[in-house]
Design a protein around this ligand. Structure first.
Ligand code: ZN
Length: 504
């Protein structure tokens, strides 16, 4: 029976026997003979004589003749210009290996996964031309160059958990399957996955992208993601560009921080998301403008407590779900496009219009603010979801748009007048601004009655021939006065009644 030795005892015993002292997690895993003076075998030392270099190459070649479950390169030190064979038949384990130059796997076919956990690479990590049938695992790797992956297929995803990459990450592949993860990774320049097709998730949670000056951020233009996309608590020093991206699953941008702008032109979010509340920008901080021109939101959108530095643009955006903007911070320069250019599923746009109203109020553009206020009320009313509320509102919105477009320009005032009258009668009068019809009727009736009463009292005190002096006559006069003068706007009623009292 072998005596149980602790780490120091075993290290001393190995030195005596002349065995390689490479330890992986305080466990000695190498049984090769140490070369002179280093205490490590040819695979685990960087200081090789030319003869030892030849032996190292022979050792490397030997590995591929033996049928093993796992090719063990743990802790190997690779010279700057190492050449790998063209096929790895099994799992290739490069855990904690060191590459003096590039880790170049461009013409290598991996039948299993390739584990590069904790590797230190002085140059670039390249994958390309040949497929990887397993996973590329770069977790906790330290890479002084960049990473480029253009393999036609990566079947079990790419894992960059906690990796530190000092250059760019470029991934260009139509056959990415499994999860592409940059969780807690630090990438000093930028990440580009342009035109990739990902049949899985893309995760950037807690990552720090682009801490170096002049970095460009993240580029996900024209990417199609079948799973979910997550930027939870991610910091992007540059800009985040997602033009024409299609995400089938949910999107999480909670507490995302970007130093520059957020581009989501023509993006499609949550196309097949099952959860209705699966698109979130909750608490996001956008350092410049956020552009969602032509974007499609297929589920409810949560923008609560988000902060956008310069402006927010939803021109021609389509909201299929509810958009919640409670507590969203948009500066006065925030730009919304004219009413009607945001496409909203009926009954879903209340919060969106409320925010638009606030933006226009901040800018001092009260006409637009009024329009959005109006649309917000329509939405609130429509949200009750009765067929007649929908039909009346739709009819009214159509008529209002028609008035503005057809009668616009020369007849602008007329159009406004017509639509105001319609609004007063149909919407405020009958529907009580979609809220309390009987209260409006009650208030109207009370005003008529009080005016009539006041008129009658004053008229009956002072003699005035031809004027009504009976109570009934005064009431009739009051009704006529109310309906004629109060037809255009509801506010003048108070003014006229005040005048009436003052003048009488
Ligand atoms: Zn060794």
């Amino acid at each position: 029976m072998m005596p149980i030795m602790n780490y120091d005892e075993e290290l001393a015993s190995r030195k005596d026997k002349g065995l390689c002292c490479y330890a992986h997690g305080r466990k000695f895993i190498c049984d090769y003979r140490a070369t002179d003076g280093t205490g490590f075998c040819v695979a685990h030392t960087e200081k090789r004589t030319p003869e030892e270099e030849k032996e190292f190459q022979r050792l490397l070649a030997d590995r591929f003749d033996t049928e093993t479950e796992r090719l063990n390169f743990c802790g190997w030190k690779f010279p700057a210009n190492v050449e790998f064979p063209h096929l790895f038949r099994t799992l290739a384990d490069f855990t904690k290996a060191k590459f003096a130059g590039n880790a170049d796997f461009r013409n290598v076919r991996f039948v299993g996964s390739v584990l590069l956990n904790g590797v230190e690479v002085n140059g670039y990590v390249h994958f390309g031309n040949e497929p990887v049938i397993g996973q590329i695992n770069l977790s906790f790797a330290i890479i002084y160059g960049g990473v480029s992956i253009s393999s036609p297929e990566v079947r079990e995803g790419i894992n960059c958990l906690g990796a530190t990459i000092q250059g760019d990450v470029h991934i260009l592949s139509q056959g990415l399957k499994g999860e592409i993860s940059f969780k807690s990774a630090t990438i000093q320049s930028g990440v580009s996955l342009e035109k990739c097709h990902i049949a899985g998730d893309l995760i950037f949670d807690h990552a720090d992208i682009g801490e170096r000056k002049g970095c460009w951020g993240i580029n996900l233009n024209n990417v199609h993601i079948k799973g979910r996309l997550s930027f939870r608590s991610t910091v992007v020093t540059g800009r985040l560009s997602m033009e024409s991206i299609i995400v089938d699953g949910p999107v999480c941008c909670e507490f995302l921080t970007t130093g520059k702008s957020l581009h989501c032109w023509n993006a499609k979010f949550g196309v097949r998301a099952m959860n209705p509340t699966s698109l979130s920008f909750y608490g996001a901080r956008i350092g410049d403008h956020a552009g969602f021109q032509g974007a499609e939101f297929h589920t409810d959108v949560d923008f609560r407590d988000a902060e956008i530095k310069t402006k927010l643009n939803f021109k021609n955006a389509l909201f299929k779900g509810r958009a919640d903007f409670e507590g969203t911070v948009i500066p006065p320069a925030g730009i919304f496009d004219p009413p009607g250019e945001i496409r909203v599923e009926p009954g879903k746009g209340m919060w969106l219009y409320r925010m638009a109203k606030q933006v226009y109020q901040n800018m001092g553009r009260y006409d637009e603010a009024g329009d959005y206020h109006y649309m917000e009320r329509c939405e609130a009313w429509q949200a009750r979801n009765r067929w007649w509320t929908r039909h009346i509102t739709n009819l009214f919105l159509k008529m209002r748009r028609w008035c503005h477009s057809v009668l616009g320009g020369r007849l602008q005032k007329c159009a406004k007048r017509v639509s105001d009258v319609f609004e007063l009668i149909v919407l405020r009068g009958i529907c009580g601004y979609f809220e309390k019809p009987w209260r409006i009727a009650g208030v109207g009736g009370a005003v008529i009655f009080i005016c009539g009463l006041v008129y009658w009292i004053f008229e009956s005190v002072g003699p005035a021939p031809g004027n009504p002096s009976t109570l009934l006559g005064a009431m009739y006069f009051s009704v006529v006065t109310f309906t004629t003068l109060g037809f255009g706007d509801i506010r003048p009623i108070e003014r006229y009644s005040g005048k009436l009292i003052a003048g009488s």
